[in-house]
Design a protein around this ligand. Sequence first.
Ligand code: GLA
Length: 376
Amino acid sequence: MIIKNPPMGWNSWNTFGSNIHESMIRESADAFIEQGLKDAGYEYLVIDDCWSEYDRDPVTDRLVASHEKFPNGMKAVADYVHSKGLKFGMYSCDGVRTCADYPGSFDHEFLDAQTFAEWEVDFLKYDNCYRPATADCQLLYQRMGVALEQCGRDILFSACNWGTADVWKWIRSSGAHMYRSTGDIQDNFKSFTEIAMSQQDKYGYSAPNCYNDIDMLTIGMYGKGLVGTTGCDDTDYRTQFVLWCMYGAPLMLGCDIRNMTEETKKLILNRDLIAIDQDEACRPPVWQQHPWNANAKCAFKHLANGEYAMAFYNFGDKEYGVPAMLELFGIPTSSGLKVQLTDLFTGEVVGVYRDYVRFQIAAHDCKAFKAKLVRD
Ligand code: GLA
């Protein structure tokens, strides 16, 4: 199975944690369509941890969906999700228990892959808790990679070992299509900027068919839900979305998509930013930062069509002039080239610049542009 673009979808964990139920999942599938997510390219609806009974079936040894949360079983949920034209994702773990203490797939990989295939699952997030001390993480991901490839159904393999064991070095070999590279995101500015910047030098390993996953988005949570913590405002969320899109990271929403503000919708449905995220060239950005203010950063990304994307970030708590020296992006004065910038939020051409460009940016905010190189 080949995945040519970073996966896009929604995952239950950030907002709902263990508080999941068939009716909420059906409502989310409805909202997925009604709110225009599918039209914008979002595709996978994923149920995270806490979906099963506390123990396996004593006779068949199979995983069993919680009778209370999913009274009609998982196949019925999959059917409903598929009836909306969406793909259905589920969750398991390479250890004996999942992170929230439900049965894990350790030593049951092939049986569980079979069960997921029978339920018509299209995506499996695979976590890393309660792994026996003697079991090697790389080997267990390798094993599930083979189990999924051999289960008779195309199932996207979403690895989640939080960036441990130098995962970027070997994960492509396991058959995974995306891999979590960091610990869990929290809904605050510090958490998501640290997560994003921790991968600055590792994005070169992210490429078609195996993408670096810097975790589910918190956009639209405003402090509510499981990873709510202090919450963010719309400025923070704009910066989060631009960071993820400039990397070409998977875009898995984590808010309650049944109740989104207009600002949230506008942001996550921004077609121009989504196109940058999904750019088929999948090149990581080049970074530069202000000589003495590490909070002022600029990123420059080559796009497949010969154009570029540029983002200016102010991670600081006060407004700041964030500069870019074009020479550091390979555009010296001697090239005779200028950069024409089109704002990706307004669609407006803001100007044409040579050598150097600087934008005043409010605290925590960013600016994102399509950049075209032009001559006089
Ligand atoms: C880990 C993962 C999270 C989530 C929880 C579920 O912490 O990193 O994304 O799946 O487990 O228990």
